[in-house]
Design a protein. Structure first.
Length: 140
């Protein structure tokens, strides 16, 4: 069956992948130029670092995000024709030196919400610039 999908956002693209793997011929249409979508998604970064949702959001949103990065994203990526590097081993929260106090406040809010929910809070480690570059060289 030939199917047209209007909208090349995250939902349109995920729907296209599912329908393609079900054997359908898919065309995706969007009002924006294709080159505008040469990124991972127009979705919020919190969807890739769901623990950060606990800073200002509800626990349920963070929990659903954690399930997604643990279970659903690997399943989706396995259906793509291209090899895409994906490894989820945690999140790195960065701040500009002038915003360190705000970052510390966010970490404390996350720990507080985890403690109130009876959950083990995430391990937090402060890194200096050299340690950060060792972990993620692209941040040099």
């Amino acid at each position: 069956m030939k199917i047209g999908i209007v909208g090349a956002g995250i939902m349109g693209q995920l729907l296209a992948v599912e329908l393609h793997h079900a054997g359908h011929e898919i065309s995706v249409f969007d009002q924006h130029d294709k080159k505008d979508f040469l990124n991972c998604s127009m979705a919020a970064a919190g969807l890739l670092a769901p623990i950060t949702e606990l800073d200002k959001g509800e626990y349920l949103i963070s929990q659903l995000g954690m399930e997604a990065v643990r279970d659903y994203w690997p399943a989706i990526l396995s259906k793509l024709d291209e090899d895409i590097y994906y490894q989820y081993t945690g999140s790195i929260l960065l701040s500009h030196p002038h915003d360190r106090a705000d970052l510390q406040d966010a970490v404390e809010r996350i720990h507080f919400k985890c403690n109130n929910a009876g959950l083990t809070h995430p391990v937090t480690v402060r890194l200096n610039q050299a340690e950060l570059v060792q972990l993620e060289p692209e941040l040099a």
